[in-house]
Design a protein around this ligand. Structure first.
Ligand SMILES: Nc1ncnc2c1ncn2[C@@H]1O[C@H](COP(=O)(O)OP(=O)(O)O)[C@@H](O)[C@H]1O
Ligand SMILES: [Mg+2]
Length: 241
């Protein structure tokens, strides 16, 4: 069934309806996202694959409310974010979305624990005790014995697991990961993917992962392919769970 603005939003974490992104470049304009329609059910692990420059990061930015569409609509948990101003967008983003990037963007002078606790300290209505929550999440990610390490004292894979814990700090229902293993060797990359699977299993988080790596994509529930800003393939994967 093609999702439309009027159909039921129950159990749909992320919905894009005919989304376009057109940017001005010099005198002209460039169409980066060309009519994407996509429903991501709550708790799904979705891989987005596609060649470099196909619009994957732009799409993630739109789905996560870092950017607004030129045309079309985007809903997070049924909330239409398409025309929101920055103030409201920031609020919805903080509540709904955790971001994980290729380069971990941890604060170098803070320990793993403090990096994870930081978003809770900044939350307007914190749900958790920052240190308690940070310790819990780091434990869930297999980092219980690294809580007092600085980022530079951790391997790339460990840093990424701290970044995932930080993304989960305020309990977002949706995790958007843009090439989370792009800077890691295969073994560390697989550990990061295993950590994401564990998160989904334990917290029922909706997880969207952009990846170049087909062996990673095949481990998700579903793989969509992006080419020139359009979805060219949408494939469900049967997993023995
Ligand atoms: N703000 C922007 N202005 C102009 N072009 C952009 C902008 N953002 C992205 N692009 C272009 O849009 C295309 C898609 O970019 P991107 O979403 O980063 O692709 P991917 O993540 O799949 O590599 C690329 O050709 C890129 O150069
Ligand atoms: Mg990209």
């Amino acid at each position: 069934m093609t999702p439309s603005d009027n159909s039921n939003h129950a159990n749909v974490a992320v919905r894009a309806v005919e989304v376009h992104k057109i940017v001005r470049v010099g005198e002209g304009s460039l169409s980066i996202i060309n009519g994407i329609t996509l429903d991501v059910p709550c708790g799904q692990m979705l891989a987005i694959v596609g060649p470099s420059g196909s619009g994957k990061s732009t799409l993630m930015g739109l789905l996560g409310g870092l950017d607004t569409p030129s045309k079309g609509r985007i809903y997070l948990d049924g909330i239409d974010i398409s025309d929101m101003n920055e103030f409201h967008l920031t609020r919805v983003r903080n509540e709904k979305i955790g971001f994980v990037f290729q380069f971990f963007h941890l604060i170098p002078t803070l320990t793993a624990l403090k990096n994870v606790a930081l978003p809770i300290r900044f939350a307007v209505h914190p749900k958790y005790d920052p240190h308690e929550r940070a310790r819990e999440l780091l434990t869930l990610l297999g980092m219980a014995d690294r809580t007092h390490h600085l980022p530079r004292q951790l391997s790339g894979g460990q840093q990424q697991r701290v970044a995932i814990a930080r993304a989960l700090a305020n309990d977002p229902p949706i995790l958007l990961c843009d090439e989370p293993t792009g800077n890691l060797d295969r073994k560390s990359g697989q550990q990061v993917i295993d950590a994401l699977k564990e998160i989904r299993r334990r917290l029922n988080t909706t997880v969207i992962v952009v990846t170049h790596d087909l062996t990673i994509a095949e481990q998700m529930d579903r793989v969509v392919s992006l080419e020139d800003g359009q979805l060219t393939e949408d494939r469900s994967i049967e997993l023995e769970r």
